[in-house]
Design a protein around this ligand. Structure first.
Ligand code: 5GP
Length: 181
């Protein structure tokens, strides 16, 4: 029986390759903030951060918005302390977005399964508009069809942590994005 778990794994995180530095993240998030502000000029934007992974991205993004906005969160989970998705997406929220201009803010667009579930779930509330912003877009074949209007960075198919992204609830606090593999 394999008794080791992700929590017991010893990883020297600072020996791993930094894929995207904090400076690169800052400047791209600033650009995204300007782009989103221009697109929603004259409107009030409802940002829905997807917990837990998008907490840092959302916090930085709103600092670069120059339009009035409401900030709320939903919880989505599909990974269970592993590096591969369980395939089952569980959503939790208490949102009322009817008639609102909504922007979902997510950490990473991997297979797209999570974003598709979120999008279908929030569409049921009949928002005035619904768009998605993801910090990372992983280049993998056979992605689920979902339109992500704003993307921070395109990355290869590698498992990344930092800047909100975890492995077994660790490494979310890193200010940059690191490859774990
Ligand atoms: P999808 O449903 O698009 O396959 O996966 C979306 C979720 O899986 C993301 O919100 C994120 O929590 C998790 N995820 C996907 N790829 C990675 C990765 O490379 N690193 C980490 N830490 N999480 C990932």
């Amino acid at each position: 029986m394999n008794t080791s778990s992700a929590n017991e794994e010893k990883i020297d995180i600072f020996s791993k390759e930094v894929l995207i530095s904090r400076e690169e993240i800052y400047s791209r998030v600033e650009q995204l903030g300007h782009e989103i502000s221009a697109d929603y000029q004259g409107r009030e934007l409802h940002l829905v951060g997807v917990l837990n992974g998008a907490f840092m991205f959302l916090a930085d993004l709103v600092r670069h918005l120059s339009i009035p906005c409401h900030i709320c969160f939903m919880h989505a989970s599909s990974y269970k302390d592993q590096r591969v998705s369980s395939g089952e997406v569980i959503l939790m929220h208490n949102l009322d977005l009817s008639g609102k201009d909504v922007l979902v803010v997510e950490d990473i667009f991997d297979t797209g399964l999570t974003l598709k579930h979120i999008s279908e779930d929030l569409q049921l509330q009949k928002p005035n508009s619904l768009e998605i912003c993801a910090l990372l877009n992983k280049k993998i074949p056979d992605k689920v069809q979902v339109e992500v209007k704003y993307i921070g960075f395109e990355i290869e198919d590698r498992f990344v942590v930092g800047y909100g992204l975890d492995y077994a609830e660790k490494y979310r606090e890193l200010p940059h994005i690191t490859c774990l593999d």
